[in-house]
Write a protein that binds this ligand. Structure first.
Ligand code: ADP
Length: 381
């Protein structure tokens, strides 16, 4: 290898500037005029050979940037800090524009006195165009997401409309004089199905409400143990149908929260319904609550299907379902856990999942801030 000290660096740099058609290299004197322009600069800016020297550097800026004083500002930044790195539109001789990516460097003499400025830039209109295309695409996608949210909201409302008349009709059948035994079975089927549909629709509706920031919590003082018992009562029919055993292990001392009892009940009913659904018949479900510092901690555990390791980080995402447990999902849409996470977060709490893997059961841990005495009045957000 040739030792580098034998290279004539100034000559090489000058040759680089002269021979690189991609890079525009300009030397600007202290009065702000061009003292030299590389052939690349003449090509990029579209000037005949030798016609750039003497121009004011500001002549290369687009009029709106000149008006904002950006030409002078760039020189000032370089003078003060050594370099001004600016990406901006620049003006060609024919008045057209190109997107320049470059830097203006202040060059000093041996005594440290500012001698001139050197500007190196490249025409990257192509990159700018790509950025603009991407930005447009993002805007289009954002619009699509908003449209989808609006659609989901309409869909949930439309789905809910037939439910009330359906329920009324059932009442009428019940009250009619038909012999009870003939009608009992279909009635129970209709009842179960409408209930399933109602839960699904309510989940959808809540999801769109949370997305639009429209959920208002109605916080009241409440006791976690009572909430867990009520939630267990709600899922009792499913638990019995699947012949699970359930333990409730809670401290005697009431765990007091200021929370929206309806919403928290929804959280625990969702977790308990999942524990019952995703555990083969005859399983074991455990509900525990305790106090850790300023947090009430409630755990819902089961010895069912468990959750594969790679699904754990995504399990709370909307519409996420474990493929292998889909036969157990009973018409679920993968909304429940997303709702659980968002409702708990609205309460200032967190929810975590643990599972040792497929077939090894699941453990959901909800942490909620307890009433500290500072917030005595019911709150809403
Ligand atoms: P859904 O039950 O309607 O599918 P969720 O959001 O409640 O929706 O749950 C998402 C997915 O997480 C479920 O489809 C299931 O694969 C998995 N899952 C949730 N809870 C449990 C559990 N206790 N045991 C095993 N898998 C579970």
């Amino acid at each position: 290898m040739t030792p580098s000290h034998s290279l004539d660096i100034p000559r090489l740099l000058e040759k680089f500037a002269a021979e690189s058609p991609e890079h525009a290299v300009l030397v600007i004197d202290l009065s702000g005029h061009l003292a030299w322009a590389s052939p690349g600069a003449e090509r990029v800016f579209g000037y005949p050979h030798g016609k750039m020297v003497g121009l004011e550097a500001a002549a290369l800026f687009v009029p709106e940037d000149v008006e904002r004083g950006l030409a002078g500002h760039e020189i000032e930044v370089a003078a003060r800090t050594g370099i001004a790195e600016d990406d901006r539109w620049q003006l060609r001789a024919d008045g057209s524009r190109f997107w320049a990516v470059g830097a203006l460097v202040a060059v000093h003499d041996a005594a440290g006195r500012l001698e001139a400025y050197v500007k190196v830039m490249r025409d990257r209109t192509d990159v700018r165009a790509q950025v603009e295309v991407l930005a447009n695409r993002v805007a289009v996608l954002e619009q699509a997401v908003r449209r989808k949210d609006a659609f989901l909201s309409t869909l949930s409302h439309e789905l809910r409309n037939p439910l009330a008349p359906l329920a009324n009709a059932m009442q009428l059948i019940r009250l009619s004089s038909l012999p009870g035994s003939d009608i009992d079975y279909p009635l129970r089927v209709i009842e179960r199905q409408t209930e399933l549909l109602r839960r699904l629709v309510d989940d959808l509706l809540d999801m769109t409400r949370i997305g639009a920031g429209k959920i208002e919590l109605e916080r009241q003082p409440m006791v976690l143990q009572e909430l867990l018992r009520d939630s267990l009562d709600d899922v009792r029919p499913l638990v019995e149908e699947r012949r699970h055993t359930v333990d409730l292990i809670v401290p005697d001392e009431p765990l007091r929260l200021v929370a929206d009892a309806g919403r928290l009940r929804q959280v625990f009913v969702n977790l308990l319904t999942n524990a019952a659904k995703y555990t083969p018949p005859g399983g074991h479900i455990s509900v525990q609550a305790t106090l850790e510092g300023h947090e009430a901690v409630a755990k819902v555990s089961d010895d069912g299907l468990g959750i594969p390791h790679d699904m754990l980080p995504r399990i709370f995402d909307l519409f996420t379902q474990v493929e292998s447990s889909r036969p157990f999902a009973r018409g679920g849409l993968g909304i429940g856990l997303a709702l659980v996470r968002d409702l708990v977060a609205l309460h200032g709490g967190t929810v975590q999942v643990r599972s040792e893997g497929s077939g090894k059961g699941s453990n959901f841990i909800v942490r909620l801030p307890i009433e500290t005495g500072e917030r005595t009045a019911p709150m809403s957000r």
